[in-house]
Design a binder for this molecule. Structure first.
Ligand code: ADP
Ligand code: ZN
Ligand code: ZN
Length: 684
């Protein structure tokens, strides 16, 4: 038999697949090891045939075939991704490949029921059977020889720990029941479940999953970063038990392998995890849930730069599964393209959303508005969001104006006072805090702006409650996050301060105040999604405050009180925001009224090669109904000079194909051997 194999090497771009001979039968998705030139490579069988054009004397055998294999629909999915994201089959296939590892076997002992003379310790041993042999294997083997015990080996599961959640069986509200009925009535359809935090979305996911299991179908439930949203995972686990496989990055290698295998064999039928769980080997897939569908973590920043929401839509289309996305703040494109099911209110017992007040900070030089100060002083538990970490965002000399910048990137260095360092948030460069200006010698170095570290110090000084800071600096250790959140949850009084991490799905019923400092930090972003992000951030924070019987309120400090996102967030007007935002997008021909493709070229130290490559791509990429913007310079990053091209297209497939072909040709051209190319389809 002939196997068409894609080598899994990601260091070189190979024009596979390559034909190999296989003894016996082999299927698409098989993982093989094979000779390749002078080396041995791993590969994936992407096709099988009876004959080949390769000359018989050149045809070689694969070396070995692994026990695990990739399901065929995932091979197809990966090959589609390689095209869709202008990547390579090797990179895309490695995303759907089983994790490294193998099953762990353990010994299991049972008493045979045969009577025999045993001593006291042997009697104790027999009394705890049947059970795992564990450390008593040698003693049990002796009893086995005498026919008193039977020992067998079986696969031992290395099970991830989950936080237990209590499961409550509830009667669905009318809105939930209507949503579930609509989902059930339309196999293969996509729906958007739009409802505020606490409106009962998760309960609908769980019911839809139960219906799928009932039909013998499998389920994938995607959630944002697990450390920040443990509740959803815990509720799936509580309701469905061992049928749930957890696939997240904090698992040990053995746990991850076992969870993958439980799905592959069908022992587990529900995969729950972050974006990469979209590749879970679930057979007969009936439902894909995308919780918090607006969350930025669904976009992968490696190669291929896939968006798990787009991949989920393709996988649902490919397998005929239902797609169910949910959010309190859905993306305008999802609201535009998907049938919306609305859960209009919080479920029985839940409070209405807290009032939101906008505080105008124009002309103020303080990080806290006097009303914010007062409100924080009066509140026992609050959450404060400031989407910027560090102490000051930049330093400058008061005499000569020198600004401290990263030597590798054209960006300002951020002061981190606790570490006595200036740090670059792009490349990680660090240097000592200057005591004087190295240009003019002045001792007057000004610190501008405030990040979480500085506000933490201010709040500790001004208030009498413990302050818990959550940002990329305090969360550098992944285990620290759940621990910090648990301490805040348990504290009778406290203030949780941090970047957007504090606005994710936590449920703290006793929080009565939410504050957004400098809401402009997301609005200032030069990106067509700036309004969408700002609205989502404020609305998500409002969803965190006032969940308990004491209610609550939200304060938003901004210098742009008239921005559409801020006005809409203050009125909890999600529908109004979506409508206005879609009108703005239509006027500017932004997604969903076009698709964007971003190409970045870069070269070390010298801008000329990157510029030349971008210029050539701008000439070569031609597609109908496609507008090309650039090349435009980007700020220098890690000593690389960068240029970007943006394609705005309504002929998506054609534009992707044209971009892929032009970039591939340029990357092979000797003239651009010092240039790196990166393609981002649907950049965020
Ligand atoms: P969301 O996912 O929109 O935040 P959840 O599904 O988590 O909402 O529901 C919020 C809370 O209300 C949960 O504690 C849930 O168990 C409970 N709940 C959900 N649906 C109902 C219902 N129909 N009746 C009573 N309680 C419900
Ligand atoms: Zn100076
Ligand atoms: Zn840098």
């Amino acid at each position: 038999m002939i196997a068409r194999v894609e080598p899994l090497t990601t260091t070189r771009r190979l024009s596979g697949p390559f034909d190999y001979r296989v003894e016996g039968a082999v299927e698409v998705g098989a993982l093989v090891r094979m000779p390749f030139g002078h080396q041995k490579l791993d590969g994936v069988v992407v096709g099988v045939a009876e004959t080949t054009d390769v000359a018989p004397e050149k045809l070689v055998d694969v070396t070995s075939v692994r026990g695990d294999s990739i399901p065929r629909d995932l091979v197809d999915l990966a090959l589609w991704m390689a095209e869709e994201y202008c990547s390579t089959p090797a990179r895309a296939l490695s995303l759907v490949s089983p994790p490294p590892g193998k099953a762990k076997t353990a010994f299991w002992a049972e008493a045979t029921g045969v009577e025999g003379r045993v001593n006291a310790s042997q009697e104790a041993l027999l009394a705890r059977l049947p059970g795992p042999a564990g450390g008593d294997l040698a003693a049990l083997r002796r009893l086995e020889k005498r026919g008193l015990v039977a020992i067998s080996s079986r696969v031992a599961r290395r099970a991830p720990r989950t936080n237990p959640a209590a499961d409550r069986l509830v009667d669905l509200s009318d809105a939930q029941a209507a949503a579930l009925a609509a989902i059930e009535a339309a196999p293969g359809a996509s729906h958007l479940l739009h409802g505020v935090t606490g409106s009962g979305k998760t309960e609908v996911y769980l019911r839809a999953a139960a219906e799928a299991l009932e039909r013998g179908e499998g389920v994938i439930a995607l959630v944002p970063e697990i450390a920040l949203t443990p509740q959803t995972v815990a509720r799936f686990a509580a309701r469905f038990g061992d049928t749930v496989a957890l696939l997240h990055s904090a698992l040990s290698e053995g746990e991850r392998y076992d969870e993958w295998r439980r799905l592959r064999t069908g022992e587990a039928r529900i995969a729950v995890g972050p974006r990469s769980a979209v590749f879970a080997p679930v057979s007969n897939l009936g439902l894909i849930v995308v919780d918090e569908e607006h969350d930025a973590s669904y976009k992968h920043e490696g190669d291929p730069r896939y968006d798990a929401r787009h991949v989920a839509a393709y996988r649902a289309y490919q397998t005929g599964a239902r797609l169910l996305a949910g959010s309190a703040t859905p993306r305008p494109e999802t609201a535009h393209s998907t049938k919306r099911l609305v859960l209009p209110t919080r479920v029985a017992g839940g409070r209405d959303l807290p009032p939101v007040r906008v505080l105008d900070m124009r002309g103020s030089h303080h990080s806290l508005h006097p009303d914010t100060r007062r409100a924080l002083g009066a509140s026992r538990k609050s959450i404060v969001l400031l989407n910027r970490r560090g102490w000051s965002n930049f330093l400058s000399c008061k005499s000569c104006g020198k600004a401290w910048e990263c030597p590798n990137c054209d960006v300002a260095l951020v002061l981190h006072r606790a570490e006595h360092a200036l740090a670059c948030h792009h490349c990680g460069h660090r240097e000592r805090v200057p005591s004087r200006c190295d240009v003019c010698g002045s001792l007057a170095v000004a610190r501008h702006g405030a990040g979480t570290e500085r506000v933490e110090a201010e709040l500790r000084h001004a208030l009498d409650v413990p302050v818990f800071r959550l940002d990329a600096d305090t969360a550098a250790n992944k285990d620290a996050v759940p621990e910090l959140l648990a301490r805040f949850a348990a504290a009778p009084e406290g203030l949780l301060l941090g970047t957007q991490m504090v606005a994710k799905g936590h449920d703290f019923p006793d929080v009565t105040l939410g504050v957004v400092l400098d809401a402009d930090s997301t609005l200032r972003f030069p990106d067509f999604r700036a309004e969408e992000r700002t609205f989502a951030l404020i609305a998500q924070l409002a969803g965190r405050a006032g969940r308990g019987p004491r209610g609550g309120r939200v304060l938003v400090q901004t210098t742009s009180p008239d921005a559409p996102s801020i006005v809409a967030a203050a009125q909890h007007d999600s529908d109004g925001f979506l409508k206005g935002e879609l009108e703005r997008r239509r006027a500017w021909r932004y997604p969903p009224f076009s698709d964007l493709i971003r190409v970045v070229t870069s070269s070390l130290d010298d801008a000329r090669p990157a510029h030349a490559a971008a210029t050539r791509l701008a000439q070569e990429i031609v597609a109908t109904d496609t507008e090309l913007l650039g090349p435009a310079p980007l700020f220098r990053l890690r000593n690389r000079e960068r240029f970007q091209l943006v394609l705005k297209t309504t002929a998506r497939a054609e534009a992707i194909a044209a971009t892929g072909a032009a970039v591939e040709a340029a990357a092979r051209d000797r003239a651009f051997k010092d240039v790196n190319f990166s393609v981002d389809v649907d950049p965020t």
